[in-house]
Design a binder for this molecule. Structure first.
Ligand code: MRU
Length: 349
């Protein structure tokens, strides 16, 4: 893989016998292992177990999962009505994987619309490829709009991973960092480690290393003290789902970053494509928040480090209220101030 434009999701073959290939993100950065998928149940497992993660990447993967379901249905000789039922159940299997990522439901809805009249693997593959390519193009524009806000010499804090691994393109929040770096702005990135799955320390740091962007990993709890020391001039994160009023769900801990940034008068930005907005949801209170296994918190590697029977709460995401967000970088431009009116005008809703 080249240093900048690697893709963690690949389709190989055609609409009769294709295979989905995913870079196993659970093993990074220690090992770069690719896994092959030919069935929708396995793709759902890959999303659930975070072989692939990040809202846009989940949406792209689900679209290819629908192609695999169609290929398998056609191989079994299913007639259009039976094939439609088969695809409807594939849709349900994929939709049940990670409830917060709006891009998952957006991509599945587009797949359903595409096969409304006549279901075919061929048509689904064309659609999946275009969803993939559109995300790549959107990422570049997000980076360009976001980099405008980055001052030369800035310390920039990010949380979780919103890079190529999470999107299939150059990333969302990460695109802002890489574009600012490419423009010679001499930035330094502070990377929240991102408990409990360490997407920051493992994945964002890996991506920054590949592009030779200077960075420092910090534990999540260190962010506020670095802000107090004036080391951070801007914060930017990705998003899993943005409600109509701009309330934004992202990796657990994002809300704490935004609150700390507000206290220190540091601008906090979100970067996200159109596919992450869910205008059917009025505000953040209605965003479904995924809760994950207790083992992610109580184990260190394979070993349990907490007392037996410890009570555990492990939400994967939190919601940052719109008033804490200075602006949202999208492929259509920056949405600022973050209000329902501006969001709907930008999305044409
Ligand atoms: O649980 P994850 O790793 O899927 O969470 C990912 C995030 O929170 C990202 O910030 C978000 O999906 C945006 S990715 C462009």
């Amino acid at each position: 893989m080249s240093s900048s434009d690697f893709r963690p999701i690949e389709w190989s073959g055609d609409a009769r016998s294709g295979t989905l290939r995913l870079l196993d993100q659970r093993l990074l950065p220690q090992a770069e292992v690719w896994l092959n998928y030919t069935g929708v149940e396995e793709v759902a497992d890959a999303i659930r177990s975070m072989v692939v993660r990040g809202a846009p990447a989940i949406g792209i993967t689900a679209a290819y999962g629908m192609v695999l379901a169609a290929i398998n249905g056609e191989k079994r000789g299913l007639k259009p009505t039976a094939l439609k039922q088969h695809l409807a159940s594939a849709h349900s299997v994929l939709a049940a994987t990670r409830p917060t990522a709006a891009n998952l439901f957006w991509a599945l809805q587009r797949c359903s619309n595409c096969i409304e009249d006549s279901p075919s693997a061929e048509m689904l593959l064309v659609l999946a490829r275009s969803i993939h390519e559109d995300e790549v193009a959107a990422n570049r524009r997000i980076g360009q709009f976001g980099a405008v806000r980055v001052q030369p010499g800035a310390g920039v804090l990010t949380h979780c991973n919103a890079g190529a691994l999470a999107t299939g393109g150059v990333g969302t929040a990460f695109a802002v960092l890489s574009e600012a770096h490419a423009q010679g702005k001499n930035i330094h990135v502070y990377v929240d480690e991102t408990r409990p799955r360490l997407q920051g320390a493992r994945l964002t740091a890996w991506e920054l290393s590949r592009l030779k962007i200077p960075y420092t990993i910090i534990c999540d709890g260190a962010a506020a003290s670095l802000m107090a020391k004036r080391k951070i001039q801007l914060c930017v994160t990705g998003a899993d789902r943005i409600a109509r009023n701009g309330d934004t769900a992202n990796k657990i801990g994002t809300y704490s970053v935004a609150v700390s940034a507000q206290h220190h008068q540091i601008p906090f930005y979100v970067a996200a494509p159109r596919s992450t907005f869910d205008v059917s949801i009025r505000d953040g209170a209605d965003i479904p928040i995924e809760e994950r296994a207790q083992s992610e918190l109580i184990n260190w590697g394979e070993e349990q480090v907490c007392p037996q029977g410890a009570a555990v709460y492990n939400p994967a995401f939190d919601v940052t209220p719109a008033p804490l967000i200075r602006g949202i970088f999208t492929e259509m431009g920056e949405i600022s101030p973050v209000t329902e009116e501006r969001i709907c005008a930008t999305l044409g809703k």
